[in-house]
Structures are given as C-alpha cells and as structure tokens.
Write a new protein. Structure first.
Length: 264
C-alpha cells in the first residue's frame, strides 16, 4: 500500500456524506436502476461468493443500506431465501460497518454464526442471506488485506466476469464513483465499449490498460506520449499494489484490489 497517502486522507477525499433526500425506491444492485448509485458515493461492497450473485459487487453507501428482495431496498437481491428486507449494513466510514438483522424474520449469518443483533463488519467477513453468501469489502485498504483471502464457494461461470478490483475516483464532481476491474484486460479511455469509460478531454480514446494475472496487477499507457502516474511518479508501465493512487490525465483514483481463492 502507498505509505505517502494515509487512510484518513483518503476518507476525507471521499467525503462520506449521506444524502437523505434520495428516493429509496430505486434499487442499486448490478443490472438494475442506476440512479441511486449515481447520486451517492461508494463506501464499500458486498461481493457475491456463490449462486445468482456470484462475482457481483453490490455497492454500499454512507449510512444505512437496506438489503433484501424488495425493490425499495438499497441493495436488491434475487437469490432464493432472501427476505424482503433481510438485513441492514450501516457504513460508518470507509473502514468500519455494522450488520443488523432486517425487518423480516429470515435467518442472517455472519461468518457462519447467526446474527441476531448489531455486529461489527470487518473486511473479508462473510454474510449469508438465504442461499446467497457475500464477502464484505471495505472501501479503504489496510495492512490486514495482505493476509486476507476472499474465498469463493463456486468457480466463476465460464462466460461471466467477476469483479476483483476497483478504481475509486478521489476528486472532482464524481468523487466516490467506482469502476469495476476484472480478470484479464481492463481497457481505460473515452471510447464507448471499454471496460472503464472516462469522458474527459484529457483522456484519450484508449488511454491505458490495467491487466490482472493471478493476483498480480499491471497498468500500462497505450502510448508513451500519455504517461500514467502511480503515487505521483510517471511510468510507462508498472505493477499496482492495493491502495496505490493512479492519475490519468488530471483525474486521480484509489486502486482497490482483493486476493481470491476457492473452497472447492
């Protein structure tokens, strides 16, 4: 992790402020209505470890996040056994959160132990609702991440993609917006259809590529005339470490990644 930028500085840059006037009827999980995710800053994720939501990163926002099968929830799940308002995750900061049972009487498990009252959530903890399991991923990396492996209960679908990292915007009018990174190549630029699309006059049509092989991440510019900056140092290609600060044009991002394994 980059030691030049502290976790407190990152948290301050991401401005954890809950917008109470957002219409909570808007669902925000992948493939559903994106209006809520555009209005609030990302402050963590639930990463699907099995079933219908395997490989999906469901965004969590500052404050209370109601999770369940109801379209009025902040995070909407379609997996079997999930109640209408099954659980609540209160995000206190980019590093800490609390898990609560929801208004339904469905069982909720935290690290395979029944959760019947508010309990702290730590990076890598497993939350189970019905038949669906998730890993809690904190927004801000810590030294503990180096020893924490996120274990999937199933192999990824052959044609599916699993989120294994993120770029989180640190400044500008879209502070807190996150971009998913997957196994293999993640092309970055202003051209539609790329994995990471940034509409900015200083971003080329194809500006850079972030590639993941095993647990190793590398970022390279598409042309040497457009260098990238990692932790303030210009580079024509460099490995990325969890917590690095990446600058593309005039935009800065926090690079967030996870280590993964499989139980089967």
């Amino acid at each position: 992790m980059n030691t030049q930028i502290s976790l407190k500085q990152m948290a301050a840059a991401l401005q954890f402020s809950h917008m109470d006037n957002v219409d909570e009827a808007l669902a925000c999980s992948r493939g559903q209505n994106p209006s809520l995710r555009n209005a609030l800053t990302t402050s963590g994720w639930l990463l699907g470890l099995n079933g219908l939501h395997i490989g999906e990163d469901l965004r969590l926002y500052p404050g209370s996040n109601v999770i369940g099968s109801s379209a009025r929830c902040h995070v909407v799940l379609t997996a079997p056994g999930v109640g209408r308002q099954h659980a609540i995750v209160d995000v206190l900061s980019g590093e800490s959160a609390l898990l609560h049972p929801g208004s339904t009487r469905r069982e909720l498990f935290l690290n395979d132990v029944p959760c019947t009252s508010p309990a702290p959530l730590c990076h890598g903890d497993t939350v189970r609702l019905g038949e669906q399991s998730f890993a809690y991923i904190s927004l801000l990396p810590s030294r503990k991440d180096e020893q924490t492996t996120i274990f999937f209960n199933e192999r990824f679908p052959a044609r599916g993609s699993c989120t294994l990292g993120w770029l989180v915007e640190l400044a500008g009018d879209r502070v807190g917006r996150d971009f998913r990174l997957v196994q293999g190549e993640n092309r970055i630029g202003s051209q539609r259809g790329l994995e990471v699309v940034l509409f900015d006059p200083e971003i080329q049509l194809r500006h850079a590529v972030i590639t993941r092989h095993s647990d190793n991440w590398i970022i390279v510019p598409v042309t040497v005339s457009e260098p990238i900056y990692v932790n303030g140092v210009p580079s024509t290609g460099i490995g990325l470490q969890n917590g690095d600060i990446v600058r593309l044009g005039q935009r800065e991002f926090l690079f967030r990644s996870i280590k993964v394994g499989f139980t089967k």
